[in-house]
Ligand binder design. Structure first.
Ligand SMILES: N[C@@H](CCC(=O)NCCCC(=O)O)C(=O)O
Length: 256
């Protein structure tokens, strides 16, 4: 039995931090890694991993957490053109498009948060609204600018949860309040995804992977934000952590 905690792969972002370094930087918001640690799991990064490395690396981990990011999934992945204003991350896109499909096929627990949900949707053939706030009938789902993080991540709207879904179980009912920090959103649902949570404007904000052999969920909100004091977020993350522990036991005959 290995003497380590279940390992969770968090694909990083790649940014030019504007320090005149043409090599760029690998970036991961501590918030996600800290939440993984608080769940008793060990976050791991493979900074240079590309799509071709996924078959070698996926068997080494017990779960995959696709984090949020200010960058947008490039619209060329769903048959549209990127907007001039888009902040893009083509390396992350290339990795996560492959990772989503292979994690589902391999039965590795998979959880997508915000950009991560959008990646799951696009990897499975779905499309995104590129600017929700320009769409008639849809809410502006972006966070307020130039305010404290506590205000940016404050609960902003309800989600309506499918009765009998895991979301309803985690929320203890069919409605929950969530934060909202995104400009893109699901337009056409990816193949094999089941919509189980919707914003009041009808936008799909929570999905289940129908064929998942382990945990396979994505959410548009941020359950990692102060999950320790919000039972809905805590139960969602707890279910992902339980699935990672189970996968670790199956993979290794046990785990810490
Ligand atoms: N850029 C996409 C995804 C939005 C998203 O993931 N926001 C999280 C921002 C905070 C963080 O880095 O965790 C969109 O705008 O829809």
């Amino acid at each position: 039995m290995p003497n380590h905690k279940p390992l969770v792969w968090l694909p990083a972002c790649h940014r030019n931090l504007d320090l005149s370094d043409p090599g760029g930087y690998t970036v991961l918001a501590d918030r996600y890694a800290a939440a993984v640690c608080q769940l008793g799991l060990q976050p791991v990064l493979y900074p240079m991993a590309g799509a071709a490395d996924v078959p070698d690396l996926l068997p080494l981990v017990d779960g995959v957490l696709l984090t949020g990011s200010p960058s947008n999934v490039e619209a060329t992945h769903f048959g549209a053109s990127a907007l001039e204003t888009d902040m893009l991350d083509p390396r992350r896109d290339r990795l996560t498009m492959a990772l989503v499909r292979e994690a589902i096929a391999a039965g590795t627990p998979l959880f997508g948060v915000c950009r991560g949900l959008q990646e799951m949707n696009v990897a499975l053939g779905g499309s995104l609204y590129q600017q929700l706030h320009t769409e008639a009938g849809l809410l502006d789902h972006r966070e307020p600018e130039d305010v404290d993080l506590d205000v940016q991540f404050a609960e902003r709207h309800e989600v309506i949860l499918e009765p009998d879904s895991a979301f309803a179980e985690w929320a203890g009912g069919t409605r929950a309040l969530v934060n909202s920090l995104h400009g893109q959103g699901i337009k056409r649902l990816g193949d094999g995804l089941v919509a189980e949570a919707r914003a009041p404007d009808g936008l799909v904000e929570g999905v289940r992977v129908a064929s998942a052999k382990a945990f396979g969920y994505g959410v548009q909100w941020h359950p990692e934000w102060h999950h320790e004091r919000i039972p809905f977020y805590q139960r969602t993350l707890g279910a992902f952590a339980d699935a990672c522990r189970e996968h670790c036991r199956e993979r290794n005959g046990g785990c810490r």
